[in-house]
Write a protein that binds this ligand. Sequence first.
Ligand SMILES: Nc1ncnc2c1ncn2[C@@H]1O[C@H](COP(=O)(O)OP(=O)(O)OP(=O)(O)O)[C@@H](O)[C@H]1O
Ligand SMILES: Nc1ccn([C@@H]2O[C@H](COP(=O)(O)O)[C@@H](O)[C@H]2O)c(=O)n1
Length: 224
Amino acid sequence: MKSRAIVAIDGPAGAGKSTVARMLAKRLGYLYIDTGAMYRALTLKALERKIDLEDEGAVTGLAEETEILLVPQDGTEIRVYCDGRDVTSAIREPEVSRQVSRVAKVPGVRARMVELQRRMAERGGIVMDGRDIGSYVLPGADYKFFLTASLEERTRRRWQELRDRGIHTDFEQLKKEMAARDAMDSRRPVAPLIKAPGALEIDTSNLEPEEVVEIILKHMEEGR
Ligand SMILES: Nc1ncnc2c1ncn2[C@@H]1O[C@H](COP(=O)(O)OP(=O)(O)OP(=O)(O)O)[C@@H](O)[C@H]1O
Ligand SMILES: Nc1ccn([C@@H]2O[C@H](COP(=O)(O)O)[C@@H](O)[C@H]2O)c(=O)n1
């Protein structure tokens, strides 16, 4: 296995990317970078500033004046700071999830975020998850994975995750919202959600996170 490798993990909402990426980073002693959290932080700021999300100029301008920091804690937990404010919890609110894809599809936003993400990966030894990591942000990544799961299972996971946080949502409404987010992520012209060439696809529908990590580690050990 390559030392200080770059590992890219992509996939749709609720496929288990963050869970697996965090566990994998811990096993490897790597830094975990949650690119979704970056788009979520900007979206939260845009919503709070009541920016018109259809105004690409305004959203791009906001991205350019916003400082987003991902600060590793013990292990691989990450605190997310936007302009110095800890937004780790706030970025997971349902309204941010409902709107983030509208912000993320703005070309100026992506250009800014991708520049930051590539800089974070320069020294290697990272696990980066998102939608476009293996296909666009880090096309030279040493290992690429694409996690999937059925929409039903991904919705069940997200529904349970929200419930565990005391947020009660209608399952069918949540399912519609997740499908809509997947569609917007997949159809945007710039860096859509796709499986990167050469990526190993893993359907996690009937796998525990630990099993997914073992599949990934085995592939990495066999690969180099
Ligand atoms: N293999 C799995 N089996 C069951 N539950 C899982 C599995 N992987 C993750 N989960 C749970 O599903 C929820 C969503 O997982 P996670 O946040 O890792 O998904 P994600 O792909 O990063 O989603 P998003 O892109 O929307 O952030 C979490 O509550 C997590 O604990
Ligand atoms: N590399 C990425 C990562 C995320 N996005 C957008 O952010 C949304 C939230 O991502 P989560 O992983 O936190 O769910 C996602 O739905 C995308 O719209 C992106 O565009 N590129």
